[in-house]
Ligand binder design. Structure first.
Ligand SMILES: C[S@@+](CC[C@H](N)C(=O)[O-])C[C@H]1O[C@@H](n2cnc3c(N)ncnc32)[C@H](O)[C@@H]1O
Length: 225
């Protein structure tokens, strides 16, 4: 078990650092800012705006602190969109780690905080439902993901290339491609040239977008067929 240290990011929201790897769960320039910008604005909102649907199927690689899942739920609730959210996590954080982190205190929508708790306290590997939200968190390895279900948006939130090079190579990115529906959107904080070239060679339509604070660019890739 690797040791994790809690630290405060530039927008005041907390994150975790894996000390041995010097790898963080979020950007030091703002965990909440990064998540809201990369995954919600450039991934989910982009797909909704282009597809004008009131239902969305999302897959997140690496549930971690639940920040992306919570912000997605808030967005969907506000916009009256039915949400089906599936996520996988190989190294789940314990309830104690989540409580010590105190992420909830920096999140918007205090009236929905119970949902943040529920994301963490609910059972692994079960289909769960609340109002117009269905949620499934799998405890396991992304490389063993089932490819039966297809998604509209895929949040690719693995650790960085230097910590987990395998997550940024063709095998992993091919799985992403297989998991998306035609028109589906893959989005990540990563902007590495080699990742962009692999996404492109797999058949994605890849865009480099302006990044959140502290990051020049991020990647968004659309499965056009
Ligand atoms: C950069 S963190 C992001 C976490 C999360 N999205 C959040 O906002 O807190 C990467 C996450 O991916 C998980 N992870 C790493 N490798 C994985 C794998 N092969 N399969 C599933 N999860 C993995 C890590 O345990 C960690 O929770």
């Amino acid at each position: 078990m690797m040791r994790k240290k809690i630290f405060k990011t530039a927008d005041g929201s907390p994150s975790l650092m894996i000390e041995e790897l010097k790898e963080t769960y979020h950007s030091r320039h703002g965990a909440l800012t990064e998540s809201a910008y990369v995954y919600i604005e450039k991934g989910l909102d982009y797909w909704i705006e282009n597809n004008k649907k009131n239902k969305v199927d999302i897959f997140e690689m690496g549930m971690g602190t639940g920040l992306n899942a919570y912000l997605t739920y808030c967005y969907c609730k506000k916009n009256h969109i039915r949400l089906n959210y599936n996520t996988i996590e190989k190294y789940p954080l314990s309830i104690q780690e989540i409580q010590s982190l105190g992420m909830k205190n920096s999140l918007p929508h205090t009236e929905l905080y119970h949902l943040f708790d529920w994301l963490h306290s609910s059972d692994w590997d079960k289909n769960l439902f609340t109002d117009y939200f269905s949620f499934h968190k799998s405890k396991g390895d992304f490389f063993d993901s089932t490819l039966e279900k297809k998604y509209d948006v895929l949040f690719y939130d693995a650790f960085g290339y230097h910590a987990q090079p395998k997550m940024w190579q063709e095998d992993a990115l091919q799985i992403c491609y297989q998991m998306l529906k035609p028109g589906g959107v893959w989005v990540s904080y990563c902007a590495k040239g080699s990742v962009r070239r692999i996404l492109d060679s797999i058949g994605f339509d890849v865009e480099r977008l302006t990044g959140p604070p502290g990051k020049r660019e991020i990647l968004r890739a659309v499965k056009t067929v």
